[in-house]
Design a protein around this ligand. Structure first.
Ligand code: HEM
Length: 208
């Protein structure tokens, strides 16, 4: 088997990924302290950290949206509209445990498999907007709550449910990172930007 090194992640993409991970984990730790699940920093400090990191997270999202639009990188999340997602789900549920080949080949332009496209798209257009919107309603509740007294309770429930969905996403996401060529190859690629890819001509049966 011959391989070649391929650039998979741009510099901004890696910076954005790791900053986003840092921000979300900090928001998770401080958020569940605010929720009352445990005591770590103390309530007041947890709220302060949560609010500062939330604004940094929003700024990062603005940069990331700008980068995805201007570079055309948003196209990598576009679903293909065929049955490739079923093939990928079957591989993770069954084939991976029988040592089958990955049903999908990574290239410079198509680094996400169909299941990743669907989950990342859901993360970006559903979970993150829910957290940002409910979080901002929380931050500015003094300006709108007088008109609707039960409003803050609704916001709190939505924000907390979104936080649980994020925890679930994170657990599955971290597991998925171990399913590359080697358990650490995907993480290495997100650090260095490069990944060893099998040469195309050696296995024509593997389709993108
Ligand atoms: C930009 C995004 C976000 C903003 C603006 C935001 C803002 C806030 C605010 C203002 C509070 C209430 C603090 C207080 O009671 O004074 C809060 C609570 C909380 N946040 Fe966030 N947050 C954001 C993202 C996140 C994320 C990503 C998570 C976790 C994954 C999270 C988890 C929580 C939790 C669990 C609570 C406690 C909810 C409760 O018990 O009512 N937040 N957030």
């Amino acid at each position: 088997m011959t391989t070649h090194r391929v650039k998979i992640y741009a510099g901004f993409e890696r910076l954005w990924h790791w900053l986003q991970a840092l921000f979300i984990i900090t928001l998770m730790i401080t958020g569940f302290e605010i929720h009352g699940s445990y005591t770590l920093f103390g309530f007041e400090t947890a709220v302060r950290i949560h609010t500062v990191v939330a604004w940094a997270f929003i700024a990062l999202i603005v940069f990331a949206i700008f980068w995805h639009i201007t570079t055309g990188a948003w196209r990598q999340y576009q679903p293909k509209g065929d049955r490739s997602i079923v093939r990928q789900a079957r591989y993770y549920a069954y084939g991976i445990f029988r040592g089958e080949e990955h049903p999908y080949r990574k290239t410079e332009l198509t680094k996400l498999n169909p299941l990743q496209k669907a989950t990342y798209l859901g993360f970006k257009i559903l979970i993150v907007p829910i957290m940002v919107t409910s979080g901002l309603l929380y931050v500015f509740y003094n300006s709108w709550q007088s008109g609707w007294t039960g409003g803050l309770a609704v916001v709190a429930v939505i924000h907390t449910l979104g936080a649980f969905a994020l925890v679930a996403f994170l657990i599955v996401h971290v597991y998925m990172t171990t399913t590359g060529e080697t358990p650490l190859s995907n993480v290495e690629a997100m650090i260095t930007g490069y990944e060893e890819i099998e040469d195309e001509s050696e296995d024509a049966s593997v389709s993108v």
